[in-house]
Design a protein around this ligand. Structure first.
Ligand SMILES: Cc1ncc(COP(=O)(O)O)c(C=O)c1O
Length: 394
């Protein structure tokens, strides 16, 4: 696990106003409510939940999620898996394709380490070549039989990774079953694009189409006499649909934990628990100009791939519009259309809270997350989390 500098550790027990800016702050009360709601949702639907750790990249947070009932964690990269395993996380699924021999050597080493700790490593595959390479890496590492779980990723509409549904998926399962070091563990059927369709109905329809692909594939498995131990997939935007399908045994939402501005723009599905924003960039005004204030959070402080951040909890008469001021600056203008008719601007040094457009790449910009209890006005720093998988791209 990464270390925490003394100056940051010294913040624990201090008032929230002592946090210098820009900083990435977790509202622990909101995060814990999100976790509770997810745990209840999964229990009500009889599905396992394996939250995606590409969001938080923190071993400590992964362990908190396990305490609440998560069955393990998804990661997207081998190095993310290594970082979490180094922090004591034992059950990991690399929900992605890995084909380079160097990385597969690390996968095999990690699978052996987790196996020896009574944990498990799982990985997705979508090609015969990928399976052969993985099997070779496991043999070269002298791994025990069945030391890694392998799931066939099926392209259920995202047109990213994944073998086509139906017979092609069965062929890959057979290739896995032919390798003694590999254990066939089921299918990954994830549709990322469906998560952010704005209307609940559009998301429902997209997942209905996903289910047609999944069911066609299940029937091919039945016909081939191959048991399907698990179907896993789903993110925060569509999980109500996969969880209610009776087909998915596991869901993989990640963003529910922090909830970004982009997800907040989705129409709420009444069947979905209400998840709250729990991650903020704390920023302060560092300059005032004619009709504008300038804060110290530019796009090195928050990701912009899903749009600019939103300002949190300002009354209409103080509504502000955030505009990109470059790497280190954010520009704030009175949002007259939202009710700030007087042109009010915050004072020099005033604190503002930004809700990132997209939390995953925002977290990846920071070494630490500062956990605060008691709200953004009167809260106290309770805990510092290390972003163990920061920059884990390989
Ligand atoms: C394979 C996979 N599963 C689950 C998720 C989690 O999605 P979300 O963070 O939208 O809940 C992602 C996110 O990109 C993903 O790629």
């Amino acid at each position: 696990m990464k270390s925490i500098p003394e100056s940051l550790q010294a913040l624990v027990g201090q008032a929230i106003k002592r946090i210098d800016t820009p900083a990435l702050v977790i509202d622990l009360d909101a995060m814990e409510r999100n976790i509770e709601r997810m745990a209840r949702f999964a229990q009500q639907h009889g599905v396992l939940w394996r939250p995606h750790a590409k969001l938080h990249k923190s071993a400590h947070i992964a362990l908190l999620l396990e305490q609440a009932g998560a069955c393990g964690h998804c990661v997207q990269k081998v190095s993310e898996a290594e970082a979490l395993a180094a922090g004591g996380v034992n059950n990991l699924f690399i929900s992605n394709q890995v084909v380079s021999p160097g990385k597969l050597e690390r996968v095999a080493r990690l699978a052996k380490t987790l196996y020896a700790r009574s944990g498990r490593l799982a990985i997705a595959v979508d090609s015969e070549e990928g399976i052969a390479r993985l099997a070779k890496a496991m043999q070269d590492a002298k791994a025990s039989n069945g030391a890694i779980d392998v799931l066939v990723e099926v392209n259920v509409g995202q047109n990213r990774c994944g073998v086509e549904p139906g017979a092609a998926a069965v062929a890959l399962a057979r290739a896995i079953l032919a390798q003694p070091t590999l254990r066939f563990a089921g299918l990954q059927a994830y549709h990322g694009g469906a998560q952010h369709l704005r209307s609940a109905q559009a998301r429902r329809e997209a997942i209905a189409q996903v289910l047609r692909h999944v069911n066609r594939t299940r029937h091919e498995f039945d016909a081939a006499g191959i048991a399907l131990p698990l179907i896993t997939g789903a993110g925060t935007g569509t999980m109500v649909n996969e969880a209610a399908s009776g087909v998915y045994g596991e869901i993989q939402p990640g963003s529910f934990l922090f909830m970004d501005a982009d997800y907040a723009a989705n129409e709420h599905d009444p069947a979905q628990p209400v998840f709250e924003h729990a991650l903020y960039v704390k920023t302060q005004v560092m300059s005032l100009g004619e009709g504008r204030a300038v804060c110290d959070a530019g796009h090195k402080a928050h990701a912009v791939d899903s749009g600019l951040p939103r300002l949190h909890a300002l009354p209409p008469e103080q509504a502000l519009r955030f505009e990109n001021g470059g790497d280190e600056h954010g520009l704030l203008y009175p949002a007259r259309e939202a009710g700030n008719t007087s042109g009010w601007l915050p004072a020099l040094g005033e604190t503002l809270w930004l809700i990132p457009g997209h939390c995953d790449p925002t977290v990846n910009l920071y070494d630490h997350l500062i956990g605060v209890r008691g709200g953004r006005l009167k809260g106290v720093v309770e805990r510092i989390f290390t972003v163990d998988g920061r920059g884990a791209l390989t």
